[in-house]
Design a protein around this ligand. Structure first.
Ligand SMILES: Nc1ncnc2c1ncn2[C@@H]1O[C@H](COP(=O)(O)OP(=O)(O)OP(=O)(O)O)[C@@H](O)[C@H]1O
Ligand SMILES: [Mg+2]
Length: 242
């Protein structure tokens, strides 16, 4: 089985209407930034989002993954045969939950609030590739492009890049039952998939080395805040709480 046409990334499909959409948002006097953090499971996205909120005047949005009733084995990298039929349902339910949240983010941006999320849509493509294979991934990319048309993309994506040792340590520390069976092979594949997807991402990206980031140290987080500010276009929206 093959997909129609060459494989295209979600970013490429989204780029077609994205630039005009964001420009319209700013020129209408709604220059509220949409920031998102991405990276593999356990890299520290949610933790960094919470820490950054001390310095950035942003509304926080968290990946609604726990609301997915289909969430199970595919995300541990251990796919028993009995679970395969659920993979598509899992991915499509994630998409529905994330579209719902993107609509909420869109509403908040239009109301003038800046938003910081601990996820971005590109993870749909990455995880669909892991659970559904290359053909399923392409279908997911095209489905995302259809359903998310008109919804905002991050003005700046913060890529929290971590090695497998770091991921393993952090996943072990938080002790989520569902992650008990995550293999090193799965973590390495996830890291590779993130690296590939980020290499193809053409919008604004700030890469942060999660292996070296001491997220509980104020100075380290302040340094990330400085790097974020340098990457954002000038905005009349205040981003400092001191
Ligand atoms: N820079 C860091 N140094 C040490 N520990 C960290 C760091 N960042 C996060 N942690 C710890 O690692 C664990 C995982 O972090 P977190 O839940 O933020 O990851 P995540 O990227 O949001 O994961 P997921 O993709 O599953 O949502 C938590 O216990 C957190 O306290
Ligand atoms: Mg998280």
């Amino acid at each position: 089985m093959s997909t129609a046409g060459p494989a295209r990334s979600l970013n490429e499909l989204r780029a077609e209407d994205g630039a005009a959409r964001n420009k319209a948002r700013y020129t209408k006097g709604q220059p509220s930034w949409f920031l998102a953090i991405e990276g593999p499971t356990g890299a520290g996205k949610s933790t960094l989002v919470r820490r950054l909120s001390r310095w950035l005047d942003v509304q926080l949005m968290f990946d609604p993954f726990e609301a997915n009733p289909f969430l199970s084995m595919p995300y541990t990298g251990d796919q028993g045969d009995s679970m395969r039929g659920l993979d598509l349902a899992t991915e499509l339910t994630f998409l529905a939950l994330r579209i719902t949240q993107l609509r909420e983010i869109d509403t908040r941006l239009k109301a003038g609030s800046a938003v910081l999320a601990d996820w971005a849509l590109l993870k749909q493509s990455i995880f669909a590739g892991l659970t559904l294979g290359a053909v399923g991934r392409q279908r997911m990319v095209r489905t995302c492009a259809v359903w998310c048309r008109g919804l905002p993309d991050p003005d700046l994506l913060i890529y929290l890049r971590a090695g497998s040792t770091t991921l393993r340590e952090r996943i072990t520390r938080r002790r989520r039952a569902i992650e008990a069976g995550v293999s090193d092979e799965h973590l390495k594949r996830l890291i590779d998939e993130y690296d590939c997807e980020m290499a193809r991402y053409s919008r604004s990206v700030l890469t942060v080395d999660a292996d070296r980031l001491d997220v509980f140290d104020d100075r380290s987080v302040e340094a990330v805040v400085e790097r974020i500010r340098l990457r954002l276009p000038p905005s009349p929206v205040g981003t400092s709480r001191g």
